[in-house]
Design a protein around this ligand. Structure first.
Ligand SMILES: Cc1ncc(COP(=O)(O)O)c(C=O)c1O
Length: 599
């Protein structure tokens, strides 16, 4: 009997509370019953049937209602006879209910769960739509995007087969890579631990707090006197956040000139006066330089300029400076002109953390920034350390870095500059990966690694010097050296290209001429990446030979085709010497396993 039929004359009298039209429809599951309250069944039991609420099916009758119904002579039972059709027995009558399934039930999760198998067949479309979305959400990379997969595989080969000498580069470990490519990228967490814009950040808070603790521990800092922000997406952003937090647009900063080895994020104008970085667009930057004869920072000139210019922030640290930084002298100059002293230790943070015969910038500076992916060997990003607590006094006088208060006021300003002024949600996968790297940084194994980085730089430097090569400043105190190629008659650009074709990567740099002019007459060579692959001093002796052979090839091509780029590049095509050196380089490099991935 179809109770949805309007002509049904089944009248059970249990719907006295039904709507005036006598059509009762449960909101959630679309059961339609046409009921008549006037009982016409001749059975005498009819008269005793009490009204039963129209919760006939949803929810299922409880034990009590079943019992009551049974006791009252009402046998109320429901079972499914086919998908979407229910058979109900009332008073011994068998009836069928057809459920309309045109929308999902929201009234009872238990019912919707028990009906889920039927839902699929009633609306096959629904499951198909669900699995269509799920299928691409779960496809591995080689299936989801074979194009990108293939390029990434080629990049693995390039990294594995080559000799990586770019001083800023390194190879992260497997654990760091696992965190980087993880589900942590799914979460938004604008703000700071305990004060996020979105909810659901309890685990992310734990990760970021742990990262803070490890960052301070890695550099031997205590949380009373130093704070840290681990959210910057890069060191350029970290530096800009410091300026944004502490300065007003147009305020003055002073950093090492880019051609002298500084970084553009410390402010840079091209020789024709073009402002290149945000630091020079939004602030007024005046650079200091290295002495063109010695290659060392010219502190006397720096002091003279700083006292004239009166920068609000004096920046030490750079991208291509092979020698120790005299932070004590920087501190004196900063104090003389009332500047905040900031160190960008991006290149050398690994040496600082491992305390490998290296002066500690934290002993002298108010703010220290860094990349996290160079010698530190963490994921790609930036970090800012700032002093907090009470300021030191000198002969009873308060040093006035960063305002007149007797307490440092960097924390709030820098954190606010990072978010919300310059960035949005932090990259939590990066922060977790950084926490992992910083845990490693605090180990004796990391110290041994950094010691080897430095030994390798010295081995490479002495191998080149023994072969009469000229190095800027005559050597190195850290992980990089600057090779002046002008005595060989080569330009940095041409030499860089030959090395690339021979599968060695390094980068051209400007070298000061005797008359102060600058030409890209050299290359920067660094040891962290190949040390991460297990190279020792004797391996760098071999690398020095490869570098010299590349220089011979470049000279020969230049002699034959000239220095001009177009002709020079043409001369490199199908060059047998390059093919031969490339084979030797690859044979050498592939002896050393890649950390973090298999090839
Ligand atoms: C000293 C210094 N600061 C900042 C940067 C820029 O770092 P990032 O690429 O993370 O912005 C570099 C990059 O080489 C650097 O050497």
């Amino acid at each position: 009997m179809d109770l949805t039929h309007p002509q049904s004359d089944l009248s059970l009298g249990f719907s006295s509370h039904a709507s005036p039209s006598h059509r009762t429809q449960t909101a959630d599951d679309s059961i339609s019953l046409q009921l008549d309250s006037s009982l016409r069944d001749p059975s005498p039991t009819n008269l005793t049937v009490p009204p039963i609420p129209l919760q006939l099916l949803e929810p299922q009758p409880t034990e009590t209602t079943r019992k009551d119904a049974a006791e009252n002579g009402n046998v109320l039972d429901t079972e499914f006879v086919e998908d979407g059709v229910e058979e109900i027995r009332l008073l011994g009558h068998s009836m069928c209910l057809k459920r309309r399934r045109d929308r999902e039930s929201s009234s009872s999760s238990s019912v919707s769960m028990s009906n889920s198998s039927k839902r699929a067949s009633v609306e096959p479309d629904l499951e198909a739509r669900r699995s269509a979305v799920r299928s691409w959400g779960d496809a591995p990379l080689h299936v989801a995007d074979p194009d990108i997969f293939e390029i990434m595989e080629k990049e693995k080969q390039r990294q594995f087969k080559g000799i990586e000498l770019i001083a800023s580069e390194n190879f992260v470990c497997r654990a760091v890579m696992e965190a980087l490519g993880s589900h942590l990228t799914n979460k938004y967490s604008e703000g700071m631990p305990g004060a996020r814009y979105y909810v659901g950040n309890q685990n992310i808070d734990e990760i970021e707090t742990l990262c803070w603790e490890r960052a301070l521990a890695a550099f031997g800092l205590d949380s009373e006197n130093w704070g840290v922000n681990v959210q910057p997406y890069s060191c350029t952003t970290a530096n800009f956040a410091v300026y944004t937090g502490l300065l007003l647009p147009g305020d003055r900063i002073m950093g090492l000139d880019t051609p002298s080895g500084g970084n553009t994020s410390h402010g840079y104008y091209t020789p024709n006066g073009r402002k290149v970085s945000g630091a020079s667009i939004f602030f007024e930057s005046l650079p200091y330089k290295v002495n063109t004869q010695t290659g060392y920072i010219d502190f006397d000139k720096l002091e003279e300029r700083a006292l004239d210019f009166r920068p609000k922030i004096l920046i030490c640290g750079g991208s291509s400076y092979p020698r120790e930084w005299d932070y004590a002298r920087f501190r004196q100059i900063a104090d003389k002109c009332g500047a905040v002293l900031m160190c960008d230790m991006a290149q050398i943070s690994g040496l600082v953390a491992a305390k490998v015969e290296c002066v500690n910038p934290f002993d002298y500076c108010d703010i220290v920034t860094s990349t996290t992916h160079k010698s530190l060997r963490g994921p790609r990003g930036g970090i800012i350390f700032y002093r907090k607590g009470s300021k030191p006094r000198k002969r009873g006088m308060l040093l006035s870095q960063g305002g007149e208060s007797d307490h440092y006021e960097f924390e709030e300003k820098i954190n606010f500059a990072v978010f919300p002024s310059l960035q949005g949600g932090p990259h939590n996968n990066h922060i977790a990966a950084l926490a992992i790297a910083l845990k490693q940084v605090a180990t004796p194994e990391y110290k041994a690694y950094m010691q080897q980085v430095k030994k390798n730089a010295q081995a490479l430097a002495s191998a080149l010097l023994r072969r009469k090569c000229r190095l800027v400043t005559g050597g190195t105190d850290n992980h990089l050296l600057l090779w002046d190629l002008r005595p060989l008659g080569l330009t940095g650009k041409n030499y860089e290209k030959v090395c690339e074709l021979c599968h060695m990567t390094l980068n051209k740099i400007a070298i000061f001429g005797d008359n102060g002019t600058i030409t890209p007459g050299g290359v920067r060579v660094g040891t962290p990446a190949m040390t991460s692959r297990g190279c020792l001093e004797s391996d760098f002796e071999i690398i020095a030979e490869f570098l010299l052979r590349a220089a011979q090839i470049a000279s020969a091509v230049q002699r034959e085709h000239g220095k001009l780029q177009k002709a020079f590049l043409k001369g490199l095509q199908s060059n047998k010497d390059i093919v031969e050196l490339r084979t030797r380089v690859e044979t050498f490099a592939t002896q050393f396993a890649m950390p973090g991935f298999d090839v």
